[in-house]
Design a protein around this ligand. Structure first.
Ligand SMILES: *[C@@H]1O[C@H](CO)[C@@H](O)[C@H](O)[C@H]1NC(C)=O
Ligand SMILES: *[C@@H]1O[C@H](CO)[C@@H](O)[C@H](O)[C@H]1NC(C)=O
Ligand SMILES: *[C@@H]1O[C@H](CO)[C@@H](O)[C@H](O)[C@H]1NC(C)=O
Ligand SMILES: *[C@@H]1O[C@H](CO)[C@@H](O)[C@H](O)[C@H]1NC(C)=O
Length: 175
């Protein structure tokens, strides 16, 4: 066991690519560093980003759809926001929504998409990497004969947007 730990640490140190560019929190459980299968998320890809916003006076919900990929952690999932989305975050903080793969969550605020990915959820819980992108969009008015009423539909100019994780933090929790 001890030998395993030492060799894992040596491997982790020699394989400097195993460490992310952001600072790791001092409270990070040792097991996350020692578990070879624990990969720290470094970057991600957002594809086909699309947001529909209701026109003034239309009380229908905003709709967001995009595809999320993290090749380092081998996660690929669609993400949606719509009338049935549930805030999975802590009350009082920016609302966050889970993607179909709930390891991934996002916050849409201020034309900024913040992606959040739980870090090595199989090794240890309670930590998440996050990073933001600001998609540049092309928009057009949608006619009001759609089921959802009048609004504006916006598509990312870049169909693929590369994002970088800028921090790794404990997941905010109550208490
Ligand atoms: C609406 O959002 C929920 C939650 O993410 C998702 O499960 C569902 O597929 C979405 N509906 C549509 C039509 O995209
Ligand atoms: C939104 O962006 C504006 C301008 O960049 C900034 O002043 C403001 O603090 C931001 N608000 C939030 C909630 O991030
Ligand atoms: C949503 O859009 C439909 C179609 O235009 C409209 O009949 C309905 O009133 C809208 N819902 C709200 C809450 O405004
Ligand atoms: C995103 O990153 C990948 C891998 O580093 C690269 O191959 C690709 O060209 C980048 N895409 C864009 C749109 O910058």
């Amino acid at each position: 066991m001890m030998l395993y730990v030492i060799s894992a640490l040596v491997a982790a140190i020699s394989l400097s690519t195993g460490f992310p560019t952001y600072k790791l929190p001092v409270t990070l459980p040792r097991i996350m560093l020692e578990d070879d299968s624990c990969v720290f998320p470094e970057s991600y890809l957002v594809e086909h980003f699309n947001i529909w916003t209701p026109a003034a006076g239309n009380g229908n919900s905003t709709i967001i759809n995009f595809q999320y990929t993290d090749t380092d952690t081998n996660i690929q999932t669609p993400c949606h926001f719509n009338v049935s989305s549930i805030n999975v975050g802590v009350e009082g903080l920016a609302p966050r929504y889970a993607c179909d793969n709930t390891i991934v969550e996002f916050i849409w605020q201020n034309n900024t998409l913040r992606m959040i990915e739980k870090t090595c959820p199989e090794t240890s819980s309670g930590f998440e990497a996050s990073g933001s992108i600001q998609p540049q969009v092309d928009c057009f008015q949608t006619p009001d004969d759609l089921l959802i009423g009048p609004g504006t539909d916006c598509f990312a100019v870049q169909d693929q947007i590369n994002g970088t994780f800028s921090s790794l933090q404990p997941t905010p929790s109550l208490s």
